[in-house]
Write a protein that binds this ligand. Structure first.
Ligand SMILES: [Zn+2]
Length: 309
């Protein structure tokens, strides 16, 4: 990995090797603008050896924090400020219930650790049906909100006293610089027969193909990696996991299409709001229908895996 100076002081870019096969070779894939600062753009590259798509160069782990300090960035927002926020929060409640029901098809109860738990809403949903819940969240503000909900939020994974029956990473893995190191650490604290559950966006979905470099889930430079079912299989198998099932997150094509249309509008692709809105609704409808029949084309996929060590 090589380091180079960033254009701004005290910030750095690095050029990572392929996360999956360690190849240093890269082919250009897309140039993606930062959706909160259109003047700034980043390169996505594709590994010619294993087809993995990733951000390179990318801000280093020490430098990336500034890209999360954006008011419009929603994931850990506690208060609803407008109708869209209210809708987002309603959907989040529905989504958390769907995630719990998905998990309970595999295990009815036990210990669950949510890595990157944010403000803890998913863990609160798991508490409802008697799970023993633990969370880990590196962002202090979000972690404190989760603690105020009465949740057990670990300061470090070393504080976790073993035996997780379920470990979840909901739209988290694509943000982690040391993704391989974290999965290996989590593997060590899993109980026998435990499940690792990872949800990430899928750029092979219909909505991604329609919006191309304006697809919101490319989200440069916050999203470092772009998995497909094929590359996630390679990644997990390289650490002795096997994928036992795939599930769809049904709201994600709507959310992704609406926000992607907003990015297109910023890039002045359409003159009228109604044109971009219509495009997003059509894209989301087709993406959802397609994912119903072909799970591996879902806008976001949930991978359910078990360690085979
Ligand atoms: Zn590769």
């Amino acid at each position: 990995m090589t380091l180079q100076k960033f254009s701004k002081p005290f910030e750095h870019l690095e050029t990572p090797d392929c996360l999956i096969c360690n190849s240093t070779e890269k082919k250009p894939f897309y140039q993606v603008s930062n959706r909160f600062n259109q003047k700034e753009s980043f390169d996505l590259v594709k590994c010619p050896n294993c087809n993995f798509v990733y951000l390179s160069p990318r801000p280093t782990a020490d430098a990336i924090g500034v890209y999360y300090e954006v008011e419009e960035y929603q994931p850990h927002q506690a208060d609803a400020r407008n109708a869209a926020d209210v809708l987002y929060q309603r959907v989040r409640i529905w989504n958390n219930r769907y995630k719990r029901k998905t998990i309970e098809k595999y295990k009815k109860n036990g210990n669950i650790l949510d890595y990157g738990c944010g403000t803890g809403e998913f863990l609160l949903e798991m508490n409802v049906s008697g799970w023993k819940t633990y969370g880990y969240e590196p962002l202090t503000k979000a972690a404190n909100i989760a603690r105020n909900h009465g949740l057990n939020i670990l300061k470090s994974l070393q504080n976790y006293q073993g035996g997780a029956d379920i470990i979840t990473l909901w739209h988290v893995l694509e943000h982690i610089h040391d993704a391989r190191g974290i999965i290996k650490t989590l593997q060590q604290i899993m109980a026998p027969e435990a499940y690792l559950i990872i949800a990430v966006p899928n750029y092979q979905s219909f909505d991604a193909k329609i919006f191309k470099q304006n697809w919101v889930a490319f989200d440069a430079p916050r999203h470092l990696y772009h998995f497909t079912p094929e590359t996630m299989t390679l990644f997990l198998e390289s650490m002795n996991f096997q994928i036992v099932s795939y599930k769809t997150l049904y709201f994600d094509p709507w959310y992704n299409s609406l926000l992607s249309a907003k990015i297109e509008a910023k890039n002045k692709k359409f003159k009228l709001l109604i044109q971009s809105l219509s495009k997003s609704l059509i894209a989301a409808t087709i993406a959802n229908l397609q994912s119903f029949f072909i799970k591996k084309r879902s806008s976001s996929l949930i991978y359910i895996a078990q360690s085979i060590k």
